[in-house]
Design a protein around this ligand. Structure first.
Ligand SMILES: [Zn+2]
Length: 477
């Protein structure tokens, strides 16, 4: 698939496609002995780092200060000597050298596509992507979607925003490169969810891409229209943008709701191809496709890689990016990693529990560490739960109070049954979290639905309202 190992950036044959019954798109790379893979990664990493060193004042300045250069990389382990990059460093670089920042490693006129973040946490970040990078993004996404089971005969409904949200465009590019039929439907226009139900019922696309909360909203809308979500025909649903597809109860709920498999994917927009955290069809947790983006799960204070089995934050490094390469970008997500084998035969490490929280998303309530994803997991496993919830943490005098507002299913009208449900939720939450919450039941449909990423946490103890996707946050340091 690639030309020689010496060619960097790698060039992929745009006409290549495996046989439809092949498990792997690039078996030689995906099932490689991990030690041999490290040599492939090191060769790519050296070329990537030299590319940035020669073209980016941003990296040259930071690496010189840290006393490292491309010559530092004698082994893969030497990467840990390079300083990490945080999102705020990128924003500052773009403020000082607009619009792309001094980590743009191509001429501005070579930028073929501009994307960006919506800037909900402050200054938006601008992505400039050269044409060759965009083609490689498509190649990577096609390869990873293949691993999830998508094939050229599939039609994929892409039901997420087609504006600044890069996830939609990456999914589209990957589907096109793979040879599937892409249906870039979008989201966010009033009435569009109902239209999505009608279109899906008529066209029966076999694939779905969006956020987990939007998929569940789509299912609710379908049922209201008298359409069983099974009849929409989705065989494979793949997700990014939220942790839900990696939360066991949410994953199960999506699979039961639609009758298809729920595949968790996603790293960061800056890292696109973002699917390099991506599950295979066996759904054992996201594989880290290390020869495309090299990921280290690091200690969030020292930024040194942790052994398999440990919990830390993923730190990402591009290996084939010419335009705005990221070398050791801190995600701020929380994950555990393992190198235990997967039935698919890929030898990549995995994040068996997905990305289940944020370093700065964790709530400390009465001394216990609480992740919103754990609350979601408990509630979704309770029969009678109505689909949406909100967590409010406040301080009554000196005591933290955890209020969980949860909807009950529309059919649960009997007050006695509601009381039993609230008691069951409270007991299960207490057992899981180590803190006794107050559970308040609400009628189904009370809480706002989202077409994008849900915001479910309100922390009233300080000025910050923290949401799952990065509402204003405290600095992580
Ligand atoms: Zn696998």
């Amino acid at each position: 698939m690639t030309t020689s190992a010496e060619t960097w950036p790698p060039r992929y044959d745009p006409a290549y496609r495996p046989a439809a019954d092949a498990e792997h798109w690039a078996p030689a790379l995906e099932c490689m002995d991990p030690a041999a893979r490290e040599r492939v990664i090191l060769a790519r990493l050296r070329a990537q780092v030299r590319w940035a060193w020669e073209r980016s004042p941003f990296y040259r300045r930071r690496w010189t200060q840290a006393g490292v250069s491309p010559d530092t990389l004698e082994s893969l382990a030497d990467l840990r000597r390079f300083p990490v990059v945080r999102k705020e460093d990128l924003r500052a670089a773009q403020a000082a050298a607009p619009p792309f920042g001094d980590y743009l490693c191509i001429e501005p006129h070579e930028v073929a596509r501009i994307h960006g973040t919506s800037g909900t946490t402050g200054r938006p970040t601008v992505f400039g992507v050269r044409r060759d990078d965009w083609e490689r993004i498509g190649e990577a996404h096609a390869r990873i979607l293949w691993g999830a089971g998508v094939r050229p005969g599939d039609t994929v409904l892409i039901a997420s925003f087609f504006s600044l949200y890069l996830g939609s465009w990456g999914a589209l590019k990957g589907c096109e490169r793979l040879g599937a039929t892409a249906f870039p439907f979008g989201a966010g226009v009033p009435g569009q969810t109902l239209m999505a139900v009608q279109w899906a019922r008529d066209l029966r696309p076999s694939g779905f891409y969006g956020t987990p909360s939007y998929a569940l909203h789509l299912a609710e809308t379908a049922r209201r229209e008298g359409v069983d979500p099974h009849d929409l025909g989705f065989r494979i649903l793949f997700f990014s943008g939220e942790p839900g597809a990696g939360i066991p109860a949410t994953k199960r709920l999506i699979e039961e709701t639609f009758g298809g498999i729920c595949v968790d994917m996603g790293s960061m927009a800056e890292m696109t191809p973002w699917m390099t955290n991506g599950e295979c069809r066996f759904r054992t947790g996201m594989h880290l496709w290390q020869d495309i983006v090299y990921t280290e799960v690091c200690d969030p204070e020292t930024w040194q890689p942790l052994p398999y089995g440990a919990e830390g934050t993923p730190v990402y490094t591009h290996l084939e990016r010419t335009s705005q390469p990221m070398i050791r970008l801190v995600s701020g997500d929380l994950a555990r990693w393992t190198d235990a084998p997967c039935p698919c035969g890929r030898t990549y490490p995995r994040l068996p529990d997905g990305l289940y929280g944020r370093i700065d998303d964790m709530l400390i309530v009465r001394g216990e560490n609480i992740y919103p994803s754990a609350i979601e997991d408990v509630l979704r496993a309770c029969e009678g739960f109505g689909g949406e919830f909100r967590v409010v943490v406040s301080r009554k005098e000196t005591m933290d109070e955890l209020l969980v507002q949860a909807e009950h299913a529309a059919g649960l009208a009997d007050p006695a049954a509601q009381t039993r449900l609230a008691a069951r939720m409270k007991e299960r939450l207490r057992a899981r979290l180590g803190v006794t919450p107050i559970v308040e039941l609400l009628a189904e449909g009370t809480l706002p639905r989202t077409e994008f990423k849900a915001r479910r946490v309100i922390d009233d103890r300080d000025l910050y309202h923290r949401g799952l996707d990065g509402g204003a946050r405290r600095p992580t340091t």
